[in-house]
Design a protein around this ligand. Sequence first.
Ligand SMILES: CC(C)(COP(=O)(O)OP(=O)(O)OC[C@H]1O[C@@H](n2cnc3c(N)ncnc32)[C@H](O)[C@@H]1OP(=O)(O)O)[C@@H](O)C(=O)NCCC(=O)NCCS
Length: 165
Amino acid sequence: MIPAYANFGGKIHGGILLSLMDKVAYAAASKHAGTYCVTVSVDGVNFLQPVEVGELVSLLASVNYVGRTSLLVGIKVIAEDVRSGSVKHTNTCYFTMVAKDDDGQPTPVPGLALETPEDTRRFVEAIKRREFKERYKQEFDNAVSALTVLNEPDLLDRERCQVVY
Ligand SMILES: CC(C)(COP(=O)(O)OP(=O)(O)OC[C@H]1O[C@@H](n2cnc3c(N)ncnc32)[C@H](O)[C@@H]1OP(=O)(O)O)[C@@H](O)C(=O)NCCC(=O)NCCS
């Protein structure tokens, strides 16, 4: 990580890491699909520890799951201090990519060969991840559509805000 990647606090800018993750997700997805792919959604981006200038960052990626035209790529980011040899895990996240044909339409991708128990664990986890995401979205949409300040008067009392209109 070169100094040009640093933010004002001297740590590596989150956007640099996001950009690297996007490129790696693209490489993994397009290699499996045999087509160009686009990023549809990114889940689980949490910067658990800062990355320092001078550290060697590695991104480990695998295609964890495939649907008909979509692929879920898991990415683990680690940063190594090359002088001490210490390695820290900074982030694991999941990119949903969609394969596109030459007309820009979603196109089917090959199925996934699960070669190890670890592959199977990731595949099954991806199914659960998708189910939870859909359920969360449904529940959140329902909760928000039913929500008004008038029927939740206590909600803002505990927060650090003041209604001033
Ligand atoms: C993603 C995109 C291809 C979906 O197009 P669509 O006409 O809705 O196509 P479909 O409904 O057939 O969905 C295609 C696949 O994407 C998946 N998908 C669509 N929206 C999704 C979302 N928000 N999250 C996860 N997967 C999604 C569908 O489940 C489907 O997967 P499957 O074929 O494995 O079952 C389209 O919205 C697109 O091109 N978006 C822009 C992507 C882009 O340009 N990214 C770069 C950053 S700007």
